[in-house]
Write a protein that binds this ligand. Structure first.
Ligand SMILES: NC(=O)c1ccc[n+]([C@@H]2O[C@H](COP(=O)([O-])OP(=O)(O)OC[C@H]3O[C@@H](n4cnc5c(N)ncnc54)[C@H](O)[C@@H]3O)[C@@H](O)[C@H]2O)c1
Length: 272
């Protein structure tokens, strides 16, 4: 029997990518899993493939009312909520949505707001929707997916980095507030995974860095990984999912308010 048998989890932004890996690892440990994503059809498909009691729902994690309604649906179906994983977000896929701008005075307010809404308000709304249900259960776990970008200077994506630093800060505040309720709140800071954001960034590097001129974006990404990661490999969604499963379970019963890097050691290095 898995260590999360009988537990109910929500994972936002889990139709694909890191969130899908998290959902898979929670289900493998016996949890019932609800996947909330902007892409409802893909959320349903991903949920069906889990092989445990699971639900896929369309929901915008940055909308407080939508999250409250979705959490209520999950509780009605599964009888309660024990684990909330705020994973929805991402760096974006073009200059505007990424809030890019070097120098900083080129960052647009729209780009800034997009990043703060997509990466920080999502965590706020997910926590607000989940906390009453976790309290009703007498305890639980919240895991917020931040990024190593929230720990380092990131002049190329300052809005994304600020939003992720905000996720880490909120994690600490909530851990302090909710400790007496036996609700633990932790953040995970992933390193480099191949996503739409990286596809776009590698495309920019192809145009701007002479040695990358003749390389495909995917190979550029792998070169960045090789040069910056002591462990030498890209991360997988399951690398993050295994830590979420641990943080959600009794093995982590005295761990709260932490931000834990799953980055193959990138943050030990100077970026190259
Ligand atoms: N890929 C990386 O290198 C990396 C590194 C560090 C942190 N992260 C973080 O990991 C998380 C997942 O990213 P990913 O790389 O798997 O991205 P992804 O683009 O592969 O998947 C993100 C999923 O979230 C959904 N989503 C986005 N905004 C949403 C919203 N407001 N409400 C509901 N669903 C929403 C999308 O529809 C998509 O299914 C993000 O918070 C991201 O910032 C990613």
């Amino acid at each position: 029997m898995g260590r999360l048998h009988g537990k109910v989890a929500i994972v936002t932004g889990a139709a694909r990518g890191i969130g899908a890996g998290i959902a898979k690892c929670l289900a493998a440990e016996g949890a019932s899993v609800a996947i909330l994503d902007l892409d409802g059809a893909c959320a349903e498909d991903t949920a069906k493939a889990l092989g445990t009691p699971a639900l896929g729902l369309a929901a915008d994690a940055s909308d407080e009312n939508a999250m409250i309604a979705a959490a209520q649906k999950v509780v009605t179906l599964f009888g309660g909520l024990d684990i909330m994983v705020n994973n929805a977000g991402g760096a974006g896929s073009d200059v505007e949505s990424m809030g890019m701008g070097t120098p900083f005075t080129n960052v647009t307010q729209k780009g800034w707001d997009t990043q703060l809404q997509g990466n920080l308000r999502t965590t706020f709304a997910g926590c607000k929707a989940a906390i009453p249900h976790l309290q009703a259960r007498g305890g639980g776990a919240i895991v917020n997916v931040a990024s190593i970008a929230g720990l380092m200077a990131m002049p190329s994506v300052p809005a994304y980095a600020a939003a992720k630093a905000g996720v880490i800060s909120l994690t600490r505040s909530l851990a302090l507030e909710l400790g007496p309720n036996l609700i633990r709140v932790n953040a995970i800071c992933p390193g480099f995974l191949w996503t739409r954001a990286w596809e776009f960034l590698a495309g920019l590097m192809q145009q701007g860095v002479p040695e990358y001129k003749d390389m495909a974006p995917r190979d550029i990404f792998l070169d960045v990984v090789r040069r910056n990661t002591p462990m030498g490999r890209e991360q997988t969604p399951e690398d993050i999912g295994h830590l979420v499963a641990f943080l959600a379970g009794d093995g982590a019963a005295n761990i709260t308010g932490q931000e834990i890097k799953v980055d193959g050691g990138i943050t030990l290095n100077v970026m190259r």
